[in-house]
Design a protein around this ligand. Sequence first.
Ligand code: FAD
Ligand code: NAI
Length: 465
Amino acid sequence: MADYDYDVLVIGAGPGGYVAAIRAAQLGLKTACAEGRETLGGTCLNVGCIPSKALLHASEYFDAAKGGAMAAMGIKVTPELDLDTMQGQRKDAVKGLTGGIEFLFKKNKIDWLKGYAQFKDAHSVEVAGKTVTAKNIVIATGSSVTPLPGVEIDNAGGVVVDSTGALELASVPKKMVVIGGGVIGLELGSVWRRLGAEVTVVEFLDQLLPGMDLDVRKEAAKIFKKQGMTLKLSTKVTGVAVEGKAAKVTVEPAAGGAAEVIDADVVLVAIGRKPNTDSLGLANIGLELNQRGQIETDHDFGTKVSGVWAIGDVIPGPMLAHKAEDEGIAVAENIAGLTGIVNHDVIPGVVYTQPEIAGVGLTEEAAKARGGVKVGKFPMLANSRAKTNHEPDGFVKVIADAETDRVLGVWCIASVAGTMIAQAAQAMEFGATSEDIAYTCHAHPTHSEAIKEAAMAVTGKPIHI
Ligand code: FAD
Ligand code: NAI
């Protein structure tokens, strides 16, 4: 049998890769992880989930102070923005958490191979000029921004930026145009709107947030408009012209029609992300991509090439950190000869705006396409805690199979929807019916009671409405 330097070599140290490496090491496998970035943690910790949440959290306080939400509770303040300090705490959060992964690597005796890895064959890669061999290689190279043809992103210039540039802005733009009404556009658009920018979101489709339940998408649009965002739905960008420190964004109806020019001092391009595979040398191992540029795997996360596995944003499925993490654990367990499984039917998704928007399982549209459903809805306005906290926006919706009552999907718009959705995911993982949720005692007064009430509404019997 061939001798290898490692049992497992993971390429990429994002939430998929670093978790896979740690689990492999915990299972007694000799493990290395190649990462070309200067810090571990991938997109999520460096330029994604964590820094965006640091700015969302801080800007939410600023907005609450500025917009009267605090005054309604008897707290009168006139906030003053210190953007340098706000950006400083974002950088501190990133530094602390990426350093934490480095500590975990050391603790678990994982070798960090500093550099970008390229396959030489199915059991060897070249990293920083050295050849390293492994019995198993896990591709966890993640994703990067999808470019918009004809629009050049220049993060250093600070006018036409992607999400990484939008996190780094040194001053609050007066006018910001966001191209793409998806998760990044709405989260980062919200940050800069709260801090004072006039934000216009240009979305090609007729609703925001593709993939989410239609009721949720419509309600979200109402809420963002109420918060002061200008939404241009069914609209396409046909050109962005940069003149010095400003840009002119030309848009027209998606179906064709009269063009309009929108002035902006920052343009955020957020039209999706694409898998990172270009520099991996996949041709050297004969591994082909699917039509969407992703690496296909089997149920165990093995690719068509024996000994080569793949997880996270680089494979099909939602591009989410927790999905990548769970796949990281599962792939390591499968490599170790255990049974690692991810239930892709129950992956929650959360948009961290205010209110938060969250869902798990099927949309009502998708559930109806499969068969008969019963739907229960409950407005946050009728939830005592949300009402007391001055958080009236949103609702919870529970979708259950008409025959079996098994819960197929749960959708929430609520201030803490991201926390609330966990109980729905757990219930669905255990195969719960709407009755199971309705008869589970929920603490009072909590926002989560709205999930219980929506479950009660599936059979037409909510109490508080
Ligand atoms: P990544 O995190 O992309 O990590 C891949 C790593 O591989 C990178 O560090 C890269 O440098 C490295 N790499 C690539 N090629 C090579 C190579 N050849 N050799 C060595 N290393 C290589 N998801 C959520 O669930 N919640 C959120 O709140 C959230 N917020 C986000 C906000 C923003 C602005 C963005 C951009 C994304 C956000 N995401 C969020 C998505 C989340 O970041 C990704 O789904 C997640 O990081 C994917 O993990 P991954 O391990 O597959 O890849
Ligand atoms: P997205 O797929 O969420 O949204 C992109 C939007 O751009 C879509 O609404 C799409 O219709 C629109 N679009 C595409 N081409 C367009 C064009 N030419 N003109 C106008 N609109 C156009 O992608 P986004 O926001 O870039 O995020 C990328 C990924 O990162 C997502 O898949 C998401 O899962 C992940 N992410 C997750 C977060 C979270 O979990 N809270 C936060 C941020 C990102």
